[in-house]
Every structure is written in C-alpha cells, then in structure tokens.
Design a protein around this ligand. Sequence first.
Ligand SMILES: NC(=O)C1=CN([C@@H]2O[C@H](COP(=O)(O)OP(=O)(O)OC[C@H]3O[C@@H](n4cnc5c(N)ncnc54)[C@H](OP(=O)(O)O)[C@@H]3O)[C@@H](O)[C@H]2O)[C@H](O)CC1
Ligand SMILES: [K+]
Length: 521
Amino acid sequence: MNLTNAHSLPEALYRADAVQALDRCAIETQGIDGFDLMHRAARAAFRQLLRHWPHAARVAVLCGGGNNGGDGYLVAANAYQKGMAVDCVAVTDPDRLKGDARRAFDEATSLGVPIEPVEAVSDKALFDRLCASDAIVDALLGTGITGAPRAPFDRIIQRVNRAGIGVLAVDVPSGLNASTGLASGDVIHARVTPTFIGLKAGLMTGDGPDCAGDVVFDDLGVPEATYDAASPVARCVNWRRASTMLAPRRRGAHKGECGHLLVVAGEQGLGGAGILAAEAAARTGAGLVTLATRPEHVSAALTRCPSLMVRGVTHGNDLCPLLSGVDGVVFGPGAGQGPWGQQMMQQVLARPHPLVLDADALNLMASRAPARRENQVLTPHPGEAARLLGITTSEIADDRLAAADRLQERFGGVALLKGVGTVVQTRAERPAVIEGGNPGMATGGMGDVLSGIIGSLLVQGLPAFEAAWLGASLHAEAGDRAARKQGQRGLLPMDLIGELPACLSDSERVGAPGSPADGEE
Ligand SMILES: NC(=O)C1=CN([C@@H]2O[C@H](COP(=O)(O)OP(=O)(O)OC[C@H]3O[C@@H](n4cnc5c(N)ncnc54)[C@H](OP(=O)(O)O)[C@@H]3O)[C@@H](O)[C@H]2O)[C@H](O)CC1
Ligand SMILES: [K+]
C-alpha cells in the first residue's frame, strides 16, 4: 500500500513514539534490516524530489545527527548517482553519528558525495549555496526532535526559509513536533514532505499543515503485521471519505422525516450569525429549520432565506413552545453573554434535545460550568477552549489532541476543537482529525455555518460524533471548493453555504433517474 498522493493519505494517525515502535517492529520482528529501511526511505524521498523538481540539476542536502540525517545522506547519494550537483552539509559532526546514520554517511562518502561539516561553511557561503540550488532537502530533524531546534539548527532553518528555494522535508519538517503539530521555535516550511511507515498526527493539525506542504505517505513496503505494534492516536478524515457515511434519501422522503432543527441565536446587532447557521442547516438537508432570534432580525432572516421559520424571542419563556416540537438545537452563534443569552441558555440546557453549543454558549458555559452532557457537541475555537479549560491558548496549541480530550473529559459529549486540522473527540472512539480547509475560512461567520451544518446532520439522525466529524469534513470541503472558485482572500460564509449542495450531491445515490422524489406538497 504505497500511497503517493495527499488525497489518499491513510486514516491512521500516530504520535512520534508510536511510529518509532512501528520502525522497531519492522526491523526487529519483521526482519527488515534497518539500513535497508533507510535506503527505502531515501528512495521514496528521492522519487518525490524528481516528481516535484523534474529538472533539478543542483540540490542542497542538510543532514542532522540522527536517522533523519541518515535518510538525508542516502538521498544525497541518490542525487549524486543521478548526476546532480550535490551540496551536502553535515550539521552534526559525523563522528557523533551512530548505527544506520553512520553507515549512510560512510556510504555517501565512499560514493564520492561532497559532504562538508557545517563549521567549514560560513553563514554567507551556506546561504549562497542554498540560493543557488534548485531544491533543498531538509534532513536535519525528524521524529526524534525534543523542544525547539537548538543552535546551529535554528539558524540554518532560518536560512533555508529565507532562501526562497523549494524544500523537500524528509519525514517531518525540521522543527515540527511530529506528535502534536506544534512548532515551538524555528521550523522548515516545505513544499513537500514524504513521510514514512506511519502518518504523523503532527503533520495534519496545528502548525503541521502550514509547514509540511504536500504530505506524501509511503509505507516503505513493511508487512501489514508491522502495524500491530502500535495504536493510532487518531483518524484522518476528509469529505471524500466521510461522504459515504450519508445514507441516500428515500424517494418517498418527506420533510417530516428529515429532522427539525431549532437555531437559537442573534442577540441585538448579532443577527447575522443565526441566519448563517440556520441557512447552512437548511442547505445541509434538515427538513425544517426554525430560527429563534431577537424580533428585530426576523424580517432580515426571512428576506435572506424564506424557507426558514423565524420567530422573534425576547424572553426565555418565548422559547418554550418552540423547543417542544424540534429534534435538536443549535445555541450560541451571536447569542451574546447578556440577559438574553443567559435566559436562552437556561431554557436550552433544561431540555434533553441533542445540542450544538457554539460561540457565546461556550463563553456562558465557561463562567457557569454546567453539568456533563452526552448528547451535545461543543465547537470551540482555541480561545473558547482555553476559557472552558481555564488555560492559555498556547497551552491548547501545545497539544491539540490532548486539549480536545480534556474538553471531552470535562464536559462530556463530543468536543470539536476548531483550527488547522480540526480535532473531533468523543469518549468511545478514536478522535478524528479533519483534513482540508484553507486560510480563507479564517473569517467571521464560518463557525456559525459549521454549527448549522452539524445541527442539521444531528436532526437528520446522525449520532453526535458522526455528525460532528462528518459536518466538519463537509465544512472544509465546501470551503475548499469555494476557495478554488474565487480565491481564499475575501471568502465569505455565504460562499461556503453555496457549495454545500454540490458537496452533498457527490454523496447522494438517488433512485432511478427521472422518477420525481415524492416530497410533500
Ligand atoms: N530505521 C528507522 O528507525 C527509520 C527511521 N527513519 C528516519 O529516522 C527519523 C527518526 O530518527 P531519530 O534518530 O530517532 O531522530 P532524528 O533524526 O529526528 O533526531 C535525533 C537527533 O536530533 C537531535 N535533536 C533532538 N532534538 C533536537 C533539537 N531540539 N535541536 C537540535 N537537535 C536535536 C538529537 O540530538 P540529542 O543530542 O538530543 O540526542 C539527535 O542527534 C525519522 O524521522 C525518519 O526520518 C526512516 O525514515 C525510516 C527508518
Ligand atoms: K526533516
């Protein structure tokens, strides 16, 4: 199973120590020689070098002191034997190399690869060589890094990033924590990261997606039994994988069986949030959507989306009749933290409905610590998550998977920690990390759309965890489609909503063509 493109990444995500266990198992139990494995890694990396830089004549290879560096020496040997001009720099004294890494250095040296110790190359000379290369191979640090890159690695990483030359990062961009996706110091920004044996969770969340570029996975041909040696920490999901989860609609389907969602949102001046959430829910296929919002937002909502049922609510009691007839509730978008929001929160939490709690609902929760609840999905961004846990946002970033786990442990149900590589955590199953999305989605209102999508899937019958990760995958896919059409900057939530039907139609398997669906009316 040598998957070689980012759209068919394996589902299993591992922490660094688990991947090292897989490496050991391949060597010690499956009888693969460690040096042979290093050669396979180097060949896989070199294939990506040729694929991304087919005309490269000159390549700089920077090697560290561990097996990542060993991979690098063998990549340099591959390039040298291919006739490329190779500038190989030993950033760690080769006399400190051990085991397979030392063998790799010796093999490259014996082949005639020009390798210079970093001390023998001035900063300026190194920078000039990097700038004169067609590509740079980062084999400084891999899964063995601890903390931020130490000197001289930090300085060299800065030079590489400043050279403006495409980088191939071997296994992991140097400076990135392969388990958590945190770059606590300088970190390589790569165009492509060939990664081996186990897909690292840190490549798919946090700083990873920004640094890794195109992640290309290769299992180096290790036997399937190797994967019995360690458990994945999470699953990597995307819309192409998730959309098969959506059951097709019966031709006899009617709106009553497609769920009724109540969106409670829109304190004074914040009416747009509820409208976005409600419209997104309708566009995701909920049979009926009611928006309960401040009276002054009613006409705007009906103008924007006349298929919504919109009720003006001023006091908590106004919500009671609306709560009785629905299958699920989204509360929080633009709810504010004043009396209106607090009254609505009180009513919503007093009912047993499946819930999506977003934005101000989470801020209200942070100040009143409600009881745990299983049929709910919390959708905090890192700032809201920090408030909910009483920690800082940088502590959230330190380990997003751990943070999502803490949120789920504290509040129950499903915790969806938004950000690059959204993490969806439940208790009973392995968390999901969402692949996809783009920086254009870092604008107001995108979270409102997500809460509407998840609420819609909840009332259409998906369990909370599936509704959350499938909804997040759909949200990312719609955002990517919209960005491909019109670019990322200036992307608006309505653009994303507009892409939902096309995404959903990918997953539908309707009945015989031409036969009309028997909906009501
Ligand atoms: N057979 C295999 O296991 C295969 C492994 N592959 C490659 O191996 C690396 C993992 O190799 P490993 O030796 O475990 O670790 P690294 O090469 O990533 O780094 C270890 C060296 O880095 C130094 N280090 C650690 N942290 C820092 C830091 N913050 N700043 C500077 N230097 C750091 C460390 O020095 P110490 O003094 O701290 O020990 C080591 O010298 C994996 O990523 C793959 O590339 C193959 O791909 C598959 C076969
Ligand atoms: K690396």
